[in-house]
Unconditional design. Structure first.
Length: 531
């Protein structure tokens, strides 16, 4: 069986197409060489477990590596100190039994096996601490402890006591043998574990893991990383794809989020060729193929998207922040001490860009737009209006965007003519997206250009039936501002190699001229609608 793109579990270079993470492993190994204790805390499905697996293999000749995981540990393990320590002994014993760990003395091996099955009141943190010292003293090489999925232990005081014991040994390591390095991995960093366990402000930042070094290794995929992975795929499949172009396009949509990168590639490799319109494998690895893969991904149900929605629903303030960013173009300063922002950053759907909070990537952003809009669809008059007219907007296999603006102008005026200015200013852009949604559903995608979004302006890019459309949504702020907007749109059309662009202005002047008109500017045709 040949290699394939993997989006579940550990990736193996001999079995899967994957990004070369050699440079990341080198940086992590440097931390270990310095004897650092640290936490790899990244969002879900960010390649943490694969990285740890490859790291353990890489270090096995030089170090005695115990790579264990707390995944699947039940709640009862954390109820008694004896049960918890016995489980740790058991995990270490398994690593030794399956020859995953080398360099440990026979005496320490025997102790691990015996204590993992013993019924003794002598199993506690103190005696386990002594065992660690004895094991590290007798080992023929430095010992490393890696614990994956530490989130399973979050909220349990016993685990924090365990971390406190490791901290104590770290501080005394010049006099007492202990681990060369301890690496923890999960979504939450140790400070966040403390927050979950003790929400009262007096104890929020008392972390037992303040000895940990900062982990600054970038685990996202850059365009060159993606291109390297696709190059290996191309050597096997000879699709003729434009490697730099496709890699760059994948990065534009994912910002290098590992799961999203691999999932798009998997869809293009496995799902698209099964369809008649992409029956030739090479046609899947084109811009149209990628856009179709994006459309499929955005409609999928997966644990990453489900978890994102759950976290947002659990945090109403975070939901409000996201809504204001997406639909009002508001800007929020980055502050990691703000709980709602910290949650979004920790789970990977927020990022900080030039001092402000931003949605982490275009896929997440569009998924969030769709989710927010779906909450309103059943009761939205503007959505129903578009749904009734949707057969009018596809002509000769193309989207008639000018007709969309014409009909939206009529529907918006009929429905919201008497609405207050503040209501329209806050909701106008959302209403247009609601109107657009049933028209392109199943035949196209849209996304918002985050670079130009603000409280006055939002640029919508629509990919539909193999063609691209750019529409600027804005609040009317006078003729001079409108002229600047037209020039900006012309520049944008140049960037996208388009000759026609669209504008939708929400104008609150009483003597405004409602309707759609055509403007020729610098060799471009602008279709401008005013409501």
């Amino acid at each position: 069986m040949g290699k394939y793109f993997n989006t579940t579990g550990i990736c193996y270079p001999e079995d899967h197409y994957m990004v070369n993470i050699e440079s990341r492993l080198q940086k992590i190994e440097k931390l270990i060489g310095r004897g650092e204790y640290f936490m790899i805390h990244k969002a879900r499905q960010y390649g943490k477990t694969t990285t740890l697996h490859m790291l353990a293999d890489r270090l096995s000749e030089k170090y005695a590596v115990f790579s264990i995981s707390f995944e699947g540990m039940g709640e009862t393990v954390f109820e008694k100190e004896e049960a918890f320590i016995q489980r740790i002994y058991g995990l270490l014993d398994n690593a030794l039994a399956y020859h995953e760990t080398n360099g440990i003395s026979e005496a320490s091996r025997t102790t691990c096996t015996r204590m993992s099955h013993a019924e003794s009141s002598d199993i506690n943190l103190f005696t386990f601490s002594n065992f660690i010292s004895e094991m590290c003293r007798e080992a023929d090489r430095p010992v490393i402890l890696i614990i994956d999925e530490v989130d399973q232990a979050s909220g349990h005081k016993l685990f924090l006591s365990f971390l406190g014991m490791l901290r104590d040994k770290y501080l005394k390591r010049k006099k007492q043998p202990t681990f060369q390095s301890v690496i923890l991995s999960g979504v939450y960093d140790i400070k966040n574990l403390k927050l979950r366990m003790r929400p009262d402000s007096a104890h929020q930042y008392n972390s037992p893991w303040n000895i940990a070094a900062d982990f600054t290794v970038d685990m996202s995929f850059h365009t060159a990383d993606i291109e390297g992975m696709l190059k290996e795929y191309e050597q096997d499949h000879h699709t003729g794809m434009d490697l730099p172009f496709i890699a760059g396009l994948i990065y534009e949509y994912t910002s290098g989020y590992p799961f999203l990168v691999s999932r798009l590639c998997k869809i293009m490799d496995e799902l698209l060729p099964e369809r008649t319109d992409f029956s030739e494998g090479s046609s899947a690895w084109t811009k149209n193929g990628l856009l179709e893969a994006v459309k499929i991904l955005l409609t999928e149900s997966n644990t990453l998207f489900d978890d994102m929605v759950k976290k947002i629903c659990d945090n109403p303030e975070l939901k409000n922040i996201l809504h204001c960013i997406l639909f009002k173009g508001e800007s929020f300063p980055y502050n990691s001490d703000t709980h709602e922002i910290a949650v979004g950053l920790m789970f990977g759907f927020l990022d900080h860009v030039q001092g402000s909070v931003a949605i982490a990537n275009r896929i997440f952003e569009t998924r969030l737009y769709n989710w927010f809009l779906s909450e309103e669809i059943l009761n939205s008059k503007i959505y129903k209006s578009a749904a009734l007219d949707q057969n009018l907007f596809i002509r000769d296999g193309e989207l008639d965007f000018e007709k969309i603006l014409e009909r939206f102008t009529e529907a918006f005026t009929d429905i919201y003519a008497d609405a207050e200015e503040s209501f329209i200013e806050e909701n106008g852009r959302r209403f247009f997206l609601l109107y657009l949604k049933p028209i392109i559903n199943g035949v196209g995608n849209y996304y918002i250009e985050a670079r130009t979004r603000n409280m006055r302006r939002t640029d919508v890019i629509v990919d539909c039936l193999g063609k691209q459309y750019v529409c600027e949504l804005k609040i009317w702020h006078g003729k001079e501002y409108n002229k600047r907007g037209q020039q900006q749109l012309v520049g944008y059309l140049n960037d996208y190699h388009l000759t026609k662009g669209y504008m939708l202005s929400f104008n609150f002047n009483k003597n405004k001229e409602i309707g759609v008109k055509r403007i020729c500017l610098d060799g471009k045709l602008l279709i401008e609608a005013v409501v």
